[in-house]
Design a protein around this ligand. Sequence first.
Ligand SMILES: C[S@@+](CC[C@H](N)C(=O)[O-])C[C@H]1O[C@@H](n2cnc3c(N)ncnc32)[C@H](O)[C@@H]1O
Length: 366
Amino acid sequence: MAASDQQQSSSPAPTPTMLVPIPTDEEMLQAQAHLWRHTLSYLTPMALRCAINLRIPTAIHRAGGQSTLPDLITSLSLPSSKLPFLRRLMRLLVSSNIFSQSSDSEEDEIVYRLAPISFLLVDGDNNVVDGHISQTPHVLAATSRYCLDTVSGLATWLTTEEEFPISTTPFESAHGVAPEGVGRLDPEMGRLFEEGLRVYDASGFAVVLRECRGVFEGVGSLTDCGGGGEGDRRRVPGDQGRRSDGVVEYVAGDMFEFVPPAQAVMLKLMMHHWSDDDCVKILAQCKKAIPTREEGGKVIIIDIVVGSVSGPMLESQILMDVAVMMVTKGRQRDENDWRDIFMKAGFNDYKIVKKLGPRCLIEVYP
Ligand SMILES: C[S@@+](CC[C@H](N)C(=O)[O-])C[C@H]1O[C@@H](n2cnc3c(N)ncnc32)[C@H](O)[C@@H]1O
């Protein structure tokens, strides 16, 4: 007897289990499909990894932006017996919008094209193609066995007793080192992780300037805190950590102790790496570095604001939160989380100025 019939024909006092809604046949069939999708969706990033290892995006780019399957088999030097299998791999990648294809052709005549996602995976000189940095190192690092082993060990990590704030990330628990230390275990993988961290976000500063010009108008001086370049505290040798090319002054140092004074301080893709307490400490140093609001003082944060977007873009924000949970003590924050941190660091006001895809630009005022 179906659950709904049981409830109508007799009237026993409802027990907690009877309150569990039993799906209809239609819901069950849909759930089956979604469960397959969720269970098997790891195949998509692994197929993407395979496409990068074969250098399919680069091959299509070199062929002028489009290739048939036989063209790909030739340019990638694959055995022709593998053509039907490559076609199935490409179908998955097309259905995930990683490549696009002409729709009305016979199988062998299908023309595959670069889509914006695969455009970001074309390798070039110094990893730059048509002004875009190739994201292949990030995809290869994020789908490496180091990251897969980390998430496989998540249940063990979650059941391990630990005081809050936690001292060991799931990555450290699985491998005994942070991602920055992978080079000690595996030098080649260490280089890939370093490169992956450097390129993981396509929005270079040029994109930010183009999209948010007004934010930087009237800013006489700017400290790019954690800019990563030559001012990086880990990369500048002991030369008092200062160097200037006349326009940019590179200053090495620890932002927890000192932030070089300027009219504005920028923290681009920095804060999600740190715990709330650490963010408050970093912002307190930034506050010391800038003048009053009336004098144009502000902190410019570029980072995710969870919930600023919806649909697949929101999903990317939530995935990024779990991704940083694996490797850092930080997190991705929603607007309330950000507000709490700003107020605790002694700031008075903030404005979310602009969406930059899944990220936002936030102006924070003293
Ligand atoms: C994810 S990268 C962000 C780089 C850059 N802001 C960008 O938008 O691409 C984080 C940077 O923070 C730097 N960093 C880490 N700890 C730091 C500290 N205590 N003081 C200053 N910089 C630090 C790292 O070396 C790295 O360059």
